[in-house]
Ligand binder design. Structure first.
Ligand code: SF4
Ligand code: SF4
Length: 130
């Protein structure tokens, strides 16, 4: 799916990205390193400079992924499929997406589950922005 969906060694993660609308992909500072850019360029069959211009922008001195409008979070990574809420470049996603949340728990997922229990609605999505 999204930023996470990673295989974490040891005990199983307590979160399930397939039941989350990809909150972590709404971060506005998904950093793109040189190797990430090369991977993105190769994946799309374009040169690195074109990939840099097309997929990234500079925010506060950092190269980050561009966003698109999103009805849930206001804006979200340009590579998220807005219908399935899954990553469209899963195998070419930046390293930071691959690593997140790098532990068994995801704080947002815990919050989401708490809200869903509280609302007695297993599909409830608290609006965060916009
Ligand atoms: S590249 Fe994929 S996993 Fe990373 S923020 Fe964008 S949609 Fe999410
Ligand atoms: S916010 Fe947490 S549960 Fe949701 S997609 Fe990201 S890592 Fe998965």
């Amino acid at each position: 799916m999204t930023i996470a969906d990673n295989v974490v060694p040891g005990p199983r993660p307590t979160y399930d990205c397939t039941k989350c609308p990809a909150y972590c992909c709404s971060y506005d500072r998904i950093i793109v390193e040189k190797e990430d850019l090369k991977r993105l360029a190769k994946h799309h069959g374009i040169d690195v400079e074109t990939a840099r211009r097309r997929f990234t922008k500079v925010k506060e001195g950092e190269q980050v992924l561009r966003h698109q409008k999103d009805s849930i979070y206001g804006s979200i990574c340009m590579f998220l499929d807005l219908k399935t809420r899954g990553c469209t470049i899963y195998h070419a996603r930046p390293g930071v997406c691959h690593e997140y949340p790098d532990k068994r728990r995801c704080g947002y997922y815990d919050f989401l589950q708490w809200e869903r229990r509280h609302q007695q609605d297993p599909e409830f999505i608290p609006l965060q922005k916009g």
